[in-house]
Design a protein around this ligand. Structure first.
Ligand SMILES: *Cc1c(COP(=O)(O)O)cnc(C)c1O
Length: 387
């Protein structure tokens, strides 16, 4: 077993060796610019990009013309939200989103307040899910966009997207989802989800970093660009295409399409074993977020009676994400855990486990034993200093 053990697949994933293999020729041999229209180097690169576009489109049930390559989900979210706000200005200026969104959605919406956008940030229920009646009540005639993530990056909960989209569409709003944590991890289909727009990224699905995509449903709207220039990607995203990364994204999508269901079952069984093991060894353990509407890859738990920073520091040979950031003067509890009602001290004493393609049962067993022993040692110390 190699240590440290990587259990932080929500932060990023290792690139699949099959993906790297597919990318390599596009650095050296087929290095052409797909915008070079009059020689074979350009044609070869353009062909590879279009093949990758097909592969990415197929993974989410889209048409290849509905896929635009970007530099990642942050850029996709920015382009979509800013673009809708501009394109739909004549129809309204109200956007509805949720408190547990990724900063690239939330901060973009809030920044647009300065440009006259009205933003409603809906709270979530204690299980992390959006209440549909609350959504319905927030919609108004001027609501142009509802943006709700498919899967949460901290607690892994899966929002009821189809129901959300049906309600939003009935009110005349476009529906966007940040599907960065869902695509490639669970089956995700744009038609089944009922969305007009979606964002996702290669490095969360065993592809390379720095490449993502936007799905823009045909006949939904004409999205204006965020980045202007040479007119690549049908004018929606200018700049020379990152051909090796795009080829890798395509390969990662192809692999995910074939393996997503088996992988979900395998990873889900290990996650369940991790939880069971922790529950047996750690009395009072609390699970954050719904266990049923959840990515099989995710476990987020709190340990009452433990000081957060010590917990994070003690997990030296397990790469997990902590509810407390060490090194900062005052640790701030996770915004997501706070949003589902976890008290600050408990939020700080939390760990996010993210399992994935190369996680083994041995690693999970080691992590459970290690965390359990850390928690019992810290609880002992905690009692000694605070009798
Ligand atoms: C990682 C992530 C992003 C950002 O993606 P980048 O490609 O790193 O910009 C956005 N949203 C969610 C939910 C994520 O998990």
């Amino acid at each position: 077993m190699n240590r440290p053990i990587y259990l932080d697949y929500h932060a990023t994933t290792p690139t699949d060796p099959r993906v790297v293999e597919a990318m390599l020729p596009f650095f050296t041999e087929h290095f052409g610019n797909p915008a070079s229209r009059n020689h074979a180097f350009g044609w070869r690169a353009a062909e590879a990009v279009e093949r990758a576009r097909e592969q990415v489109a197929r993974l989410i049930g889209a048409h290849h013309r509905e896929i635009t390559f970007t530099g990642g989900a942050t850029e996709s979210n920015n382009t979509i939200i800013r673009g809708v706000a501009r394109a739909a200005r004549d129809r309204g200026s109200h956007v509805v989103t949720v408190s547990t969104e990724h900063p690239s959605v939330l901060e973009t919406c809030l920044a647009l307040r300065e440009e006259g956008l009205t933003v409603t940030v809906l709270p979530v229920e204690p299980d992390g899910l959006l209440d549909l009646d609350r959504l319905e009540a927030a919609l108004a005639p001027g609501t142009i966009l509802v943006s709700v993530m498919a899967a949460n990056n901290e607690i892994g909960v899966l929002q009821p997207l189809a129901a959300i989209a049906a309600i939003a569409r009935r009110a005349g709003a476009l529906v966007h989802t940040d599907a960065s944590q869902a695509v490639g991890k669970v089956p995700f289909d744009v038609a089944a989800a009922g969305v007009d727009l979606a964002s996702f990224t290669a490095h969360k699905m065993c592809g390379p970093k720095g490449v993502g995509a936007m799905y823009v449903r045909r006949r939904s709207l004409r999205l204006p660009p965020l980045v202007h220039g040479g007119g690549q990607e049908r004018g929606l995203r200018s700049g020379t295409l990152n051909v090796p990364a795009i080829v890798g994204f395509g390969a990662a999508a192809e692999i995910a399409r074939h393996e997503v269901e088996d992988e979900g079952r395998r990873v889900g069984a290990m996650r369940d074993a991790l939880l069971e093991d922790l529950r047996e060894r750690v009395p009072g353990l609390r699970v954050n977020g719904s266990l049923s509407a959840r990515l099989p890859h995710n476990l987020n738990v709190s340990f009452p009676g433990v000081e957060g920073e010590s917990l994070a520091m003690a997990c030296d040979d397990i790469a997990v994400s902590a509810g407390a950031a060490c090194g900062t003067a005052t640790a701030t509890p996770s915004r997501i855990l706070t949003a589902i009602g976890v008290e600050p001290d408990l939020a700080l004493a939390s760990l996010r486990f993210g399992l994935g393609r190369w996680t083994t049962a041995d690693e999970v067993a080691y992590a459970a034993a290690k965390v359990a022993s850390i928690v019992s040692r810290l609880r002992q110390q905690y009692l000694e200093v605070r009798p």
